[in-house]
Design a binder for this molecule. Sequence first.
Ligand SMILES: [Zn+2]
Length: 823
Amino acid sequence: MSNRTYQSGAAKRKKAAKAKEDISKYLPLTSFLLVQKSKPVVSEDVFLCPTSNFVSIDSALLPNETLEIQQELEPEQEPEPEQEPEPEQESEPAQVPEPVQEPEPAQEPESNQIKTYPNATTKTTQETDPALWHQLSQEAQSFWISNGPSMCQNNDGSFKNSERLSCGQKRYLSKSCFRRELHNGEFVNREWLLYSPSTGSVFCFACTLFSSKHSNFSTTGFDDWKNALKCISGHENGSEHHKNMLTYSSRQRESGQLDSVLIKQLHNEQLYWQNVLKRIVAVVKFLSSRGLPFRGNNETIGSEQNGNYFGTLELLSQFDPFLHEHMKKHGNSGKGNTSYLSANICEEFICLMGNKVLSEIISELKKAKYYSISVDSTPDLSHVDQLTFTVRYVKDLAPVERFLQFVPIQGHGAEHLETVVLNFLQENEISISDCRGQSYDNASNMAGHVAGCCLEAIIFFDFVQCLYNFFSASTHRWQVLLSFVGKGKKIVKQLSGTRWSARADAVTCLHDSYDEIKKALEFLIKDISQPKETQNDAQNLITKMNTFEIVFLTIFWNDILCHFNETSKILQKENLYLDVAVRILKSLLHFIKDLRSQFENYQEKAKILLPNTDYRDSSKRAKKRSRRMAFFDGEAEELEFQGSYKFKIETYLPVIDSLTSNLEKRTSAYEKINDNFGFLVNIQTIANVELKDHCSNLAQIYKKDINENELFFECQQFKYYISKDEHSFTEFYSTLKRDHLESTFPNIEISLRIFLSMMVSNCTGERSFSKLKLIKNELRSTMLQERLNCLSLMSIESDVLLTIDFDDVIKEFSRKKSRKRHM
Ligand SMILES: [Zn+2]
C-alpha cells in the first residue's frame, strides 16, 4: 500500500474538499479588481487551489502533477496577473468570472470564436446585439474590450429589420456603410459600426461602451438611411467618438498585454506536448511499420513485461534527456493523469495514424482516377473470415497495388461481397464509375479452391499440414527430420493456406524425401524417450504415408504445383507482357488437359514408391494384378479394379477438370485484355488499317474515356515516337510521362493508365494475408477490427506510413490537450 504512486480516491476527495474550503476563505479576486460590484460568476467546474495556478477538474485529481509541469515548463509565466491587482485589471475578462487567473480568454485569442463563448462561464455578458447593451455590466464591458467589435458587427447577414419609410420610399441599411472611402480611393472597414438585428439600427462600438452622453449612435440607435453616409462620417469625425475610440484602444492594449502572456504560456505548453507526442508517433510508426505487437503484460515503466511500446520509449529515453525527464515525472503516475504515455493514447494514435495512411492512399487513388479492385478472403485466428480489399492504380510512372482494409464477412456469395465493396467505396467517396477492373478470385487461391474440390484432395493437403505440424511442434523432432532428410534439401516449416508457393514447396519436399520422412517417423516411434503421444502421432502419420492414395497424390500434386508455381511467378512479374502471359497460361492449360490421359503413368510411379500397397477399398487379394489387368483386358474383372477406377473417377479427373475450368476462365480474361490493349505494345509493327480497327474496338469498350478518332490519330504518330527498345506498357507509360507528352497523346495516356490499373498480376492480396497472420496472432486474437485494420494498413503499406508527416495530427492533438487542461 505504502509504495503506490498515486493517491487513493479517499485522499483525492479529502484534498478536493480542502481546496474548496480554502477557496471560501479567500475573498473573490473580483472584490479587488472591480470598481463597481458585480456578482462574480464562478464556474462550477472550476475551483481554486490557492497554490496552484491551473486547476481544472481533471488536474484537480492530481494537483501536484499539473502544477509541476506548469512550473517546469514556463518559469516566465509566473509573473502572472495574480500579482497585479490594480484596478485597471478589470479589463481582463476572465478575471471576473474566475477568482484566480484562469487563462480562459487565452484560448480564444482569435476574437471570432463567439460560438464557443456562450458555453463559457459568463452566460449573460456576450450579447452580440448592441441595442440590448443597456447598462452593460463590468464583465461584459471587459469582454468586449478584449474581444473587439468584430464579433458583434452583425454586418454579414441581411439587414431585413432595417427597413424604414422615408418620403414614402422604403430604405434599408446598405452594406457600403460599413466601409469608408478614403481620399485616395482606398477603402477601410468601419470596425466600430455595429448593426442591431433586433431594432434594425446601427450603433457605435466605442461610444456605446464608454460614452456618458446620449446620442443616436450610443443609446437609441441610428436609422436615418437617407442621410446615412453623411451622418456616419459626421459621427466618425466627432470629438466624442474620438475620445471613446482612444479609451477603447488604451483599455484594449492593457488587456492585450495580459493576453499575450497567457498566449505565450499556452503556446509553451502546446510545444511541450508536441514534443512528447512526436516521440510517441515515432514509436508507433516504428512498431507498426514492422508489424510488431505493442502491448505487454503491464504498463509499468521499468518492468520487463511492459511490451514493445513502453520498451521502445524507455530505450529512447536513455538517449533523449527530454523524454527521460518526462518519463521520470509522469512514467508511473497512474490512471487519469495526462502523461500521454498510456496505452490509451497509443491506441488513439494507432487509429489516427492508420486513418491518415488510408486517406493518403485514397487521395492517391482519386488522383489517379482509374483503379481496379480485388477482394479475397481468408479466415483469421479467431475464425472470422476476413475479406482483403486491395486496389490498383497508377501512381507517378507505374502501377501500385495497395491494401485498403480487412472486412469481416459472413458469406462468400457474390452479392454479399459486392455490398461490402460498394459500401466501402461509398463511405470513402470513391466513384465506382472509375473502376476499370474487378477481381474476386485470385490466382493464389485457385489451387486452394481446386484442392477443396474432392474429398481425397482435402485429405491429402490435410495430411501434409499434419505432417509439418508434427515436425515443427518440437525442435527435437525437427532435428530428427533434418538428420534424415539431409541439410541441403528444402524443408518447409509452415504450410500456409494462402501462399501456394509454400504449398508447392511442401509437396515437393514430401515428394523428394518421401522415404527419408518415413524413416524419421520410424525413428521417433522406436525412440523410447519420446512420450507415448508422440509415438502415436508418428505411427498415424506413417500409416497414412503407407496408403496408396497419399503416394499417388504426392506425385500428382507435385507435378501440378511445380508447373503452377512457375507460371504464377511469371504472372507476378512487374513487367508482364500480356501476350507472354496468355501463351504461358495456354501452355499450362494444355499440360493440365494432357494429364487426363496420364493416370496410368502416375499409378506406375506410385507403385514404384510403394510397391505392395493398393487403394484403400480394394481387397487385398485383388490388388496384386487387378489394375493392370483391368486396363488391358477390359470388363471381365471389373469388380476387382474398383479401387483404381473409383479413384480416377472421383479424385483424379475432378481435380483436372476443376483446374482446367479455372485456368480457362483466367486465360480468357487475359486474352480479352490482350485483344483490347495488346495492339498498343505492338504498335510499331501494325498496319494502319488494323490499327484503326483496334482503336475503334478499344474506344467502343471505354466510350467515356477514349475518343476513337483522336486515339487513331495519336497512334499513328506515337508508333514513330516510341523507341524500338521499349516493349512494355510500363515502359511506354513512363516514357510518355517523363517526356511530358500527356497533352500530346492524351488518349494513349488514358488507355495506358486504364490498362496499368487493371489487376493483371496479383501479389498484394497474398501479402496482406501473411500480415494478417502476423498481426492477429495467437497472443492478439481478440483484437478489434478497427485496430486490426489500422495496424495492418500501417504495416503493409509501411512505405506510405513512413513518408507521411504527422505534424498536423500532433498539433491538433496537443492543442486539444492543452485546452482541455484549462477548461
Ligand atoms: Zn462613436
